[in-house]
Design a binder for this molecule. Structure first.
Ligand SMILES: Cc1cc2nc3c(=O)[nH]c(=O)nc-3n(C[C@H](O)[C@H](O)[C@H](O)COP(=O)(O)OP(=O)(O)OC[C@H]3O[C@@H](n4cnc5c(N)ncnc54)[C@H](O)[C@@H]3O)c2cc1C
Length: 617
């Protein structure tokens, strides 16, 4: 039995951009998942309400999305022979295709899904861009080496030695970081220069450009403003669908055919081993596409491939918000022709609402931020395990702690515990529903001591999905102590266990003003640690079960600094390129700052497009 069943009587609104389902009398002003405006929501009809999986929702969203982002009018070339084939239609693929066309190549894009945009169209649309034009205009002078040190330190903490050549990193890993630093800003200005998009920077609610996700590391230097967005029609930051709309518009204007429902199934090579095309499946038929210069993959990660997740990820993964068609196809396609595969334990991560992840495999409700102040997370022992205000990707990693005595994943599930204050003031911001208690995945109790029974009952209903994961018998006693200690830290403003609130990231990114209209001035005191507030003395209290999920995985074929795929011996596979989440990501384990996935996807797509056309960066 699933603990999470959708309420039949509630009005349900489908975001036609990303498939998010909102329950309530009216649609939200903006989609909490992808940022699409209210107008993008449609009221789900009775037959839609019976949709049991978000896969169906996604397909419907896809159909509607195809209407709102019209398919390319350009018809495919009759002989299917071009200079460059690009696989996918997300950030990496569009970046590569647009660059190659602008550098004089003929290009065709092949997309497996019935609609374009991949995970990118569902995203926040930000791209991490060190040393960008807005920073320079403000007089911020980034030290290139310092930026690389930050990236190297965060991505490879176990290798990082600043005094050594390449900071202790292997040559290729170092060069990828170097390529990112040297060409990210160049890429954004290139695209702006050719009219592919207009740039915009984000100023946060505290009136400042944003910091990175590990702003307090000495290598970071608390630099601000590295994440850029495209500008929407109101001059504000545009989310993923705005980015994709821009790129698609440029592609259409420049006659790049984008063939949807074309799943690339094989890479073709000539007798010398050079990649010269692909085979794609369309309406049950195999179609051959030939490329005289090369093939560039931007086909996303493998979050929707349970077998690859099981074999390669660091621990149990429940849920992803990536496009349902992202099944890691590039890994087997390139593996078949001898590509070196790397970073397969990697992912851009987030915690997910466990019960939604189970009920709704294709449209996951990731917990990017833990909103509110009177809120904490505990494990099966009722103990806190981290600073709950850390970034989503790093929080996702905390679930993979192994208990050597019990031989189990101690933190496989974590428990988000909060009180009425947070439930009320931040209602409507995921994972808190509008209406405070109005979601079946919420466990409500009157007293903290009631949690262990209530959670145990819920866990027993979910046992088939967890291997019988259960609470420790000390959970209640520890939870009461944990909350008492948390309240003490909140009162003193000093989290002596996990330093919550000590970092600008905690204060500005993930702790933000209440969503409830008229909630009054907040925070009461900007100089105090407003990321923490004591939980109410009396209930009700609430709990949401969290698990580790992904935005998407980021392992796959290894590329070099030109985005060329390498073989198992480290040699270049001529004519084969990759960028984005389908390759072994230059970021490895890190999430450098907002836009840490789309930034590299766009940058290495651009680098590939330049190289394949004979005009390398
Ligand atoms: C809600 C949300 C918010 C996010 N916000 C941000 C953000 O602000 N900044 C950021 O950096 N990241 C963000 N992310 C993550 C980001 O969206 C992705 O990491 C990024 O868009 C991946 O881009 P990509 O080009 O590698 O792949 P995708 O955009 O996933 O595109 C891959 C495409 O390849 C296609 N494909 C797969 N296999 C084949 C095949 N065999 N043949 C043909 N086509 C194929 C897929 O159908 C898909 O369309 C967010 C994600 C979500 C869901």
């Amino acid at each position: 039995m699933k603990a999470f069943e959708l309420e039949a009587s509630m009005k349900r609104w489908l975001c036609t951009v990303c498939g998010y389902i909102h329950e309530g009398e009216t649609p939200p002003d903006t989609c909490p998942r992808c940022g699409a405006p209210k107008e993008k929501f449609v009221l789900m009809q009775d037959q839609d309400k019976s949709m049991k999986t978000a896969h169906e929702a996604q397909l419907k969203a896809g159909a509607d999305q195809t209407e709102s982002v019209p398919k390319s009018e350009a018809s495919p070339p009759s002989e299917n022979v071009v200079d460059v084939i690009v696989v996918g239609s997300g950030a990496a693929a569009f970046s590569a295709a647009i660059t190659a066309v602008n550098e004089g190549c003929s290009v065709i894009m092949l997309e497996k899904a019935p609609q374009i945009g991949g995970t990118t169209i569902r995203s926040g649309g930000g791209f991490w861009t060190p040393n960008n034009k807005f920073q320079r205009a403000r007089g911020v002078k980034e030290d290139r080496v310092q930026t690389m040190k930050y990236m190297a330190r965060y991505s490879f903490p176990h290798l990082y030695r600043p005094e050594l050549e390449n900071f202790g990193l292997p040559e290729n890993e170092y060069q990828l970081i170097e390529a990112m630093v040297d060409h990210a800003a160049e890429m954004t200005e290139y695209f702006e220069g050719i009219g592919a998009f207009e740039l915009c920077e984000e100023i946060n609610w505290a009136g400042k450009p944003q910091v990175d996700y590990q702003d307090h590391l000495p290598e970071n230097g608390s630099v601000r403003g590295r994440c850029l967005y495209t500008k929407d029609t109101n001059g504000k930051i545009g989310y993923g669908y705005v980015l994709v709309s821009y790129l698609k518009a440029w592609a259409e204007k420049n006659h790049i055919p984008i063939l949807v429902d074309h799943e690339v199934k094989r890479i073709r090579r000539d007798t010398s081993g050079k990649v010269v095309g692909v085979e794609a499946l369309h309406e049950g038929k195999t179609i051959v596409f030939t490329a005289s210069k090369g093939v560039i993959f931007g086909s996303g990660g493998f979050s929707h491939n349970p077998e690859l997740l099981l074999h390669f990820e660091k621990g149990p993964i429940f849920g992803t918000c990536s496009a349902p068609t992202n099944t890691g196809d590039f890994i087997s396609l390139a593996g078949e022709i001898g590509a070196k595969i790397g970073n397969m334990g990697g992912a851009f991560r987030a915690q997910s609402v466990f019960e939604i992840a189970l009920a709704n495999q294709m449209g996951i409700y990731n917990v990017f931020f833990v909103p509110g102040d009177s809120v904490l997370e505990v494990n099966k022992f009722g103990k806190r395990v981290m600073d709950e205000k850390r970034n989503y990707s790093d929080r996702g990693m905390v679930h993979f702690v192994w208990d050597p005595n019990r031989a189990e994943w101690t933190n496989m599930l974590l428990f988000l515990v909060y009180d009425s204050r947070t439930a009320d003031l931040w209602q409507g911001y995921p994972p808190y529903p509008e209406g405070v208690e109005d979601a079946p995945y919420i466990i409500k109790v009157d007293k903290l001591e009631d949690f262990s029974n209530a959670i145990a009952t819920r866990l027993s209903q979910l046992a088939d999905h967890t291997g019988g994961f259960s609470l420790d018998e000390q959970f209640n006693a520890n939870l009461v102590d944990t909350v008492a200690k948390f309240n003490q830290y909140a009162a003193s403003g000093k989290d002596e266990d996990f330093q919550r609130g000590d970092f600008a990231y905690d204060r500005e990114w993930t702790t933000f003003p209440p969503t409830k209209p008229g909630a009054g001035a907040w925070p009461a005191d900007m100089d105090k640690n407003y990321t923490m507030h004591p939980l109410d003395d009396a209930g009700p209290y609430y709990c949401i079960i969290l698990s580790s999920g992904t935005l998407d995985t980021n392992g796959g074929p290894v590329i070099n600094k030109h985005s060329q795929v390498l073989d198992v011996h480290g040699e270049i596979i001529e004519g084969l390129y990759g960028a984005g989440n389908c390759i072994a990501s230059p970021t490895a384990n890190a999430y450098w700052g907002a836009g840490s996935t789309i930034g590299p996807a766009l940058t290495f797509g651009y680098i590939a497009g330049r190289h394949v056309s004979g005009h390398p960066v």
